[in-house]
Write a protein that binds this ligand. Sequence first.
Ligand SMILES: Cc1ncc(COP(=O)(O)O)c(C=O)c1O
Length: 383
Amino acid sequence: MIAKHIKKVSPSGIREFFDLVLGMPEVISLGVGEPDFITPWRIREKAITALEEGLTSYTSNSGLLSLRQGISEFLNSKYSLNYKPENEILITTGVSEGLDLALRAIVEPKDVVLVISPHYVAYPALAQIAGAKVQYLITDEKSDFKIDLKQLKNALSVKPKAIILNNPSNPTGVHYSGSELAKIWRLIALSGALVISDEVYDELTYDFKHVPFTALDKKAKRKTILLNGFSKGYAMTGFRVGYVCADKEIISAMTKIHSFSMMCVPIVSQVAAIEALRAQREVADMRSQYKRRRDFVVKELNRLGFYTPKPQGAFYCFPSLKKFHVNCLDFAKKLLFQEKVAVVPGKAFGDEFDTHIRISYANTLDNLKEAIIRIERFIKALK
Ligand SMILES: Cc1ncc(COP(=O)(O)O)c(C=O)c1O
């Protein structure tokens, strides 16, 4: 009964593993990719008021104009970007829907989509669902999981329709600087590929200022579909609000699909997102707590013998298990059953990453300290 190209899509390795975790008491989860913070009160309060005021209708397919205006002004003041709220911004059900729409709007059967690996689980899956052929560009820990330009040049020679970039990255925490992005863009510009730039972690960068891909130059802006949203930086995963900024022709095609499949994002969530844009103090506070946790976790993992490059963004690190001569699934399962600490096996982010795990530090410092004690006990017993 099921279409062949859907059968081929592998289920998310994260979900499979976390079905095991569900229902196990006292587990410290370093697995989930979502903030441990509750959405700041001022944002929740606006959502409650919206309900009290009876805001229960559909909105424009593109999303509330006031939210699109807010996003446009925010991007302009933060990054000097210029996107017209009327036809260059679309409000989506999280970045997830933005990604799906972007791929469906531009991909034709057999087009190649280039995915940088290790990769967020949805990239190859949604590209395949859209009918694309996925090609991977594999990065490794020798270059701290950053794109090698020679490799990129080779990969682009197959003329992919699009390349998906994720800055900062899930699962590695890699954050590219403006000058690194400019070098990447120089090669992509020559190839004619479109860029889908997922910047959902742009509020969570710790060491230098974020540069959106579309800020590189005019052509980069025209050829890039910028995806962002409120899930991570604003701790609003359950509200499901994302946005896409792109050339009006692309936004129009994406809006066409969105208007039939989704209609619009729930109005209460959109009202909450307008308030979120004003909650920059709360965002900065969460960011500084993640930074403290990152510094602790990365130092401790390296002390324990896991080689862990320092992530400069998001809330993940991607330690190597090579020193322990164990594959990621055995490691993750044993750690879960023996010490009740959940991490994600690296293979979930690409077949090549059997010797890695993903650790999320979106957890309290107390829990992270206890998790490190348990991990230390666990690896001593492994020897
Ligand atoms: C890189 C990346 N993009 C997109 C998403 C999905 O975000 P949203 O909740 O906005 O759909 C995630 C969630 O984990 C992610 O890590």
